[in-house]
Every structure is written in C-alpha cells, then in structure tokens.
Design a protein around this ligand. Structure first.
Ligand code: C2E
Ligand code: MG
Ligand code: MG
Ligand code: MG
Length: 281
C-alpha cells in the first residue's frame, strides 16, 4: 500500500515546508541510480508541416520510470537533475539515444526527419558540450541537419557572448538550433537576429486560449511575423484543437506540435505512426 502511505505522508507534511526538501531528497536519491538501473526512456512527439500535413520532425522527451516513485514528470525531476549536475550525463544519454533512434528510422527506409533534443542550462555551461555533440554525430553517423538542439531564451539572454560563440560553433557543424518556449523569456527581435537559429517554438501558453483571447491571438501573430522577418521556421507548441490548428494555418505558421495530432509516444509507436503517415490517403 505504498500509494496509500505516500498520500498520508503528503497530507501529514503538506503544511510543512519540509515536504519540499523531503520530496527533493527522495527524487535526488532515486535519480542517482536511475541511469545504471536503466530507468530512463525517450518518448517522441511529431512536428507537422501545417501546409502539407506531413511529419517534418520529432521532439525527443525524457521519461523516468522508477520502482518506488512510479513515473515522474520531467517538470518534477529535471530541475533536481539540473541543480545536482546530474543532467549533464543524463543529457548526453538523451542526445545519443535520440540520434541512434533517428538513424534506426532511416535504416528502416523511412523518409529522413529531424530529431530535436532539449538542452539544459547546465549542459549549455559544460565545456565538453561541443565535443560531445561532434562525437555523437560521428559515432552514430547521423547527418548533422537531422539533429536540432532546443535551447531556451534564458540561455541566450543571460549569457549572450557565450551563447553566440557556442551557437555559432554548433551551427558550423550543421546542426539546427531552436528557441523553445518562445515568448516567455525576455529576448527581443534585436537580440535574436544575432543568434544563428533556425526555429522559433511559440510557447504553449499563447496557443492555449488562441481561439478566445485577443491578446494571445495578437502575440502569436506578432511572433509568426517576426519569425518570417528573420527567415525562421515558426512552430506552435501545445496545439490541442481544430480551432487552434485553423487559426495557425490561416496565419501562415509553419509547423505545429501538440496532442491534436499526437502525444509524445514510445519509439516503436512512433515508428508505426511514421509508417501509416506515409500511406497515401
Ligand atoms: P518542452 O521542451 O517545451 O516540451 C513540450 C512539453 O509539452 C512536453 O512535456 C510535452 O509532452 C508537452 N506537450 C506537447 N503537446 C502538448 C499539448 O498539446 N498539450 C499539453 N498540455 N502539453 C503538450 P514534458 O514531456 O512533460 O516535458 C516538459 C519539459 O521538460 C519540456 O518542455 C522540457 O523543457 C523538459 N524536458 C523534457 N525532456 C527533456 C530532456 O531530455 N532534457 C532536458 N534538458 N529537458 C527536457
Ligand atoms: Mg522542447
Ligand atoms: Mg517548449
Ligand atoms: Mg517547456
């Protein structure tokens, strides 16, 4: 009755600030052995071209299944992995696994798609980052343009000099670059033009109420227009409804990602999705 017990514990401590540190310590302790116990996996979520309706890419999203804790959401464990630095080896594993999986799809004769991997602030600060990316590409044989690295606005806003150097070097390898959750940080058009990025991902919070909120409509339209000005591919995140899709198509957003087309799914399910998607009609 571990579940029952966990619930009681939570209720008992819920008024106490200790809940936070206790949960944190439990996460941290379990996270330490997650890699060796093979508890991580990747799920894959399709990105769709809004005009053609074809799958253009896929985002790799980390999943953690622990015997004691069950399945733990990234928003809960990634901050802990960040603070402890564990995200660096974990992130390396994500990068390698996503590239290997993309090669596997190609070997099966599926049309080439680009796989996107999220990069954490900690990895961004790691001096081995460039070498690690180069090594993974060399060892897996994946064409660099079939890998995209997603970074957040925060990384480029807070460390602009380092960001330009690093992003330019990554870009020089032929790897694509995306800004994730765009609109939630504080980067400006003027700043963005200095970075060699390919893709802007409009944060889900702007898409959610796009059918009803005049503000969110205006913001999304502005981001799409800005993306066009800078010749970037604009991707809308968190598209869940037909109305949202219609709005984005009408306003010439390039791509969409969200539950409306597909949730993040296991690799073999994604393989099946790619295959059915190829069939005409
Ligand atoms: P993200 O990179 O912005 O990824 C998109 C998140 O939105 C994913 O949550 C995805 O499952 C969710 N999502 C996609 N479509 C929809 C939709 O239509 N509706 C709703 N409600 N949600 C949607 P997830 O997988 O829980 O990941 C959360 C965040 O954790 C990611 O946000 C990313 O910042 C981070 N993350 C995930 N995997 C990794 C990783 O391998 N490395 C690092 N550093 N961060 C990761
Ligand atoms: Mg992302
Ligand atoms: Mg995002
Ligand atoms: Mg996010």
């Amino acid at each position: 009755y571990a579940k029952e017990e966990g619930k009681n514990n939570f209720q008992f401590y819920s008024t106490d600030i200790k809940t936070l540190s206790l949960e944190r310590l439990t996460l941290e302790a379990n996270l330490r052995h997650a890699m060796e116990h093979d508890e991580f996996s990747l799920h894959y979520q399709a990105k769709l071209d809004l005009k053609k309706g074809s799958i253009t890419g896929v985002e790799a999203l980390l999943r953690w299944q622990n015997a004691e804790l069950g399945s733990v959401a990234p928003n809960r464990f990634i901050p802990v992995a960040e603070e402890t630095g564990m995200i660096v080896p974990i992130g390396k594993w994500v990068l390698r696994t996503a590239c290997e999986q993309n090669m596997a799809w190609q070997r099966q004769g599926l049309p080439p798609i680009c796989v996107a991997v999220n990069l954490s602030v900690r990895q961004f600060a790691d001096e081995n980052l460039l070498g690690d990316i180069a090594a993974v590409l060399a060892e897996t044989g994946l064409a660099p343009h079939l890998l995209e690295i997603e970074i957040t606005e925060g990384m480029v806003v807070h460390h602009p000099e380092r960001a330009i150097k690093l992003l330019t070097a990554i870009k020089a390898m032929g790897v694509r670059l995306a800004i994730d959750d765009f609109g939630t940080g504080y980067s400006s058009l003027g700043q963005l033009k200095n970075f060699p990025i390919d893709t802007l991902k409009v944060d889900r919070s702007f898409i959610r109420d796009i059918a009803t909120s005049a503000d969110d409509k205006a913001i999304t339209e502005a981001i799409i227009a800005m993306g066009k000005t800078l010749s970037l591919t604009v991707v809308a995140e968190g598209v869940e409804t037909m109305e949202q899709e219609a709005f984005l198509r009408e306003h010439a957003c390039d791509e969409m990602q969200g539950y409306y087309f597909s949730k993040p799914i296991a690799a073999d399910e994604f393989t099946a999705l790619l295959k059915t998607h190829l069939q005409p009609g």
